[in-house]
Design a protein around this ligand. Structure first.
Ligand code: ATP
Ligand code: MG
Ligand code: ZN
Length: 290
């Protein structure tokens, strides 16, 4: 078992190759104004959906945005953006170039490093850590205002590596009304403390349902638990996204809901989230500069 608060950071300090890599990664990432890691204590709560639509929304506000997918077990972000596997190949010189979804939204996935789409990849902890670090190191980062990172579920090796490799990142914690349990979100908070990652706020996904007939939001399950929880924990509440079947079809069709149904209530909910994120990150940046 790994001791709390200890991981590759401590290891990197004592290994000259790793610390050189650390230094180079740091230099590369220092040019990016805002880094945001979307995470959750549990799988399947909509991290990738939030990350994709957040990145797209920021790019629609004319920011230069990078979306980074580091899920070793089954990257599904390329599919959500309609990006073909072949487009994500490693270059002959070993670098990984981003794929452009639009002129100001670039996307990078660890997928080209994986053997093939259908093979079950079994990684051991240290292998995961070095694969993710190497991947981040190999990327040719362009000019970016925002880097959105779609983290794998939980609080294990992968989010740990990302958090420790990408310095200065903020976390967005995703939860759902059914799973609004203090325990789950607390786990994420503990994790963020361990890796010194400040939390930008909490998002409640699958909150209420958009009626497929009239487009109004119906409260099938209770909603609003996320906001209450955020208040209890002293975290900013960033917004709620309803359950909307179009999120699934849009994701499967490779055109996120924000692009395919821009006037829907769901798209509006994402837009509010995007605005909130912009306001908060700009406020934090100006505080840092003071
Ligand atoms: N608000 C929503 N309404 C309807 N479906 C949704 C919503 N959010 C996510 N989904 C669907 O739920 C499934 C899981 O979402 P997603 O892949 O974004 O979760 P995840 O947290 O990234 O999962 P993992 O932990 O496996 O990475 C997907 O099929 C997605 O389309
Ligand atoms: Mg995911
Ligand atoms: Zn209705």
């Amino acid at each position: 078992m790994k001791k709390e608060g200890q991981s590759c950071k401590t290891g990197a300090g004592s290994n000259p190759v790793l610390s050189e890599q650390d230094q180079k990664i740091k230099e590369k990432l220092s040019k990016i104004d805002h880094k945001i890691m979307v995470m959750s204590g549990k799988g399947g709560v909509g991290k990738s959906t939030i990350a994709v639509n957040l990145a797209l929304g920021l790019s629609l506000e004319n920011f230069y945005v990078g979306l980074l997918d580091v899920d070793l077990h089954g990257p599904n972000v390329p599919k959500m953006l309609g990006i073909e596997r072949g487009e994500l190949r490693r270059r002959p010189d070993g670098t990984v170039g981003p794929v452009y979804y639009s002129p100001n939204l670039e996307f990078m996935s660890i997928e080209p490093l994986l053997p093939d789409r259908d093979s079950a990849v079994i990684w051991r902890g240290p292998l995961k850590t070095s694969a993710i670090r190497q991947f981040i190191y190999d990327i040719e980062w362009g000019k970016l205002d925002y880097l959105v990172i779609d983290a794998p579920p939980g609080t294990g090796d992968e989010p740990m590596t990302v958090a420790q490799t990408i310095e200065g990142a903020y976390a967005i914690v995703v939860t759902t009304p059914q799973e609004v349990s203090l325990l789950d979100v607390r786990k994420s908070i503990t994790f963020c403390k361990q890796v010194n990652m400040p939390i930008l706020g909490l998002v409640e996904n699958m909150s209420g349902m958009v009626c497929p007939h009239c487009g109004k939001t119906i409260d099938v399950f209770k909603r609003g638990g996320g906001q209450k929880l955020a208040e209890e924990l002293g975290l900013p509440f960033l917004g709620r996204i309803p359950v909307d079947p179009r999120i699934v079809t849009a994701g499967d069709a490779g055109k996120p809901v924000l692009a395919s149904y821009p006037t829907s209530q769901t798209a509006e909910a994402f837009e509010r989230l995007v605005r909130k994120v912009i306001d908060m990150t700009q406020m934090l940046n100006s505080q840092e500069k003071d």
